[in-house]
Design a protein around this ligand. Structure first.
Ligand code: SAM
Length: 310
């Protein structure tokens, strides 16, 4: 996850519920993301000056007052929510705080932004810093409804972060006490504790298995048996990693099983500088070509959903 998510897609002409023009918000989000990208590209005192950072922060604060769920969604499915924009802004602010030449006043300003914008939002018994789930909820409901409460349904998720999508599956599809989900993730940051707490809060931790480490390693250790009905590929977004995740987990998918790839449309929502790094679509397209005769494409949009042929 990086600050490029605040780049959004080209502005739309509709007006958000706050009355603020989304096109205006999109332009401002893009400008702030662009300026931060300049800071990251040239992290030198003569480029990342106190004045430049303080101005960036001021604009970030002003933008924060304008963005609503509606206008965030209008920036495209990759930005998708106020939480995601805030996460990107917080990540950028934390990176700037690491620059040793910034004055105490600028550092206080950056710190103040972090304090005014808490990392987590409490949603029922869970806390999340982001929301990559809401954007796909309607499609998942459409496709997965026939499986709701089915006994012994088994899901594999590659990339679980704080557990939001895994919890959605547990609450909406994997509702039968005999259903299970395996969550593979690096689990290498503070989000790992949040994942554990969130999963504990479901009361269903006994139906969740964690696989810790790079998916390229952990998937190779699973017996090559087709035991999963549903596989969500949402881990590393590097093209080769996505291709590897797809290939390694395809053999684990049952005939008629579904594989979902997130962020197929992400390249269109990225600023150019990041476009050749986080390009899941390149890996997904390679997989779709190679496995064309073994699958049927169920949905092709910001996400891709395929069904394994029998
Ligand atoms: C976008 S987040 C997943 C979001 C989650 N599916 C949701 O919707 O709530 C991507 C996750 O992939 C994990 N990840 C990145 N590279 C990985 C790798 N090589 N192997 C396993 N997990 C990885 C990150 O640690 C992060 O938690």
């Amino acid at each position: 996850m990086n600050a490029s998510v605040i780049a959004g897609r080209p502005p739309s002409s509709s007006s958000g519920p706050s009355g603020a023009e989304p096109s205006n918000i999109a332009t401002r989000v893009s400008a702030l993301a662009e300026r931060f990208k300049e800071f990251r590209t040239s992290p030198r005192p003569e480029v990342v000056t106190d004045t430049a950072v303080q101005r960036w922060l001021l604009e970030l604060d002003e933008l924060g007052k304008l963005v609503t769920e509606g206008s965030a969604a209008d920036l495209g499915p990759h930005a998708a929510s106020v939480d995601n924009l805030k996460l990107a802004a917080r990540t950028a602010t934390e990176k700037l705080l690491q620059l040793p030449w910034l004055s105490a006043e600028t550092q206080r300003g950056l710190q103040g932004y972090l304090e005014r914008n808490p990392a987590y939002r409490q949603i029922g018994p869970y806390r999340f810093s982001s929301d990559w789930m809401s954007k796909c909820e309607a499609d998942w409901r459409n496709v997965l409804t026939p499986w709701v409460n089915r006994p012994e349904l088994k899901a594999l998720e590659i990339g679980s972060f704080e557990g939001r999508s895994a919890i959605w599956l547990l609450e909406n599809v994997l509702t039968h006490p005999e259903s299970r989900i395996v969550c593979a993730d690096l689990f290498d940051g503070p989000y790992a504790k949040v994942f554990d707490e969130n999963i504990a809060a479901t009361g269903q931790a006994h139906r969740v298995e964690k696989l810790v480490g790079p998916s390229g390693h952990v998937l190779r250790r699973l017996p090559p048996e087709p035991v999963f009905d549903f596989i969500y590929v949402d881990g590393s977004h590097r093209p080769f990693d996505v291709l590897e995740d797809a290939v390694l987990s395809w053999r684990l998918l049952r005939p008629n099983g579904l594989m979902v790839f997130d962020d197929y449309g992400m390249a269109g929502a990225q600023l150019a500088a990041f476009a050749n790094i986080d390009r899941p679509d390149i890996g997904i397209d390679a997989f779709l070509s190679a496995a064309a005769h073994q699958l049927e494409v169920v949905l092709k949009g910001f996400q891709i959903i395929v069904r394994k042929k029998t």
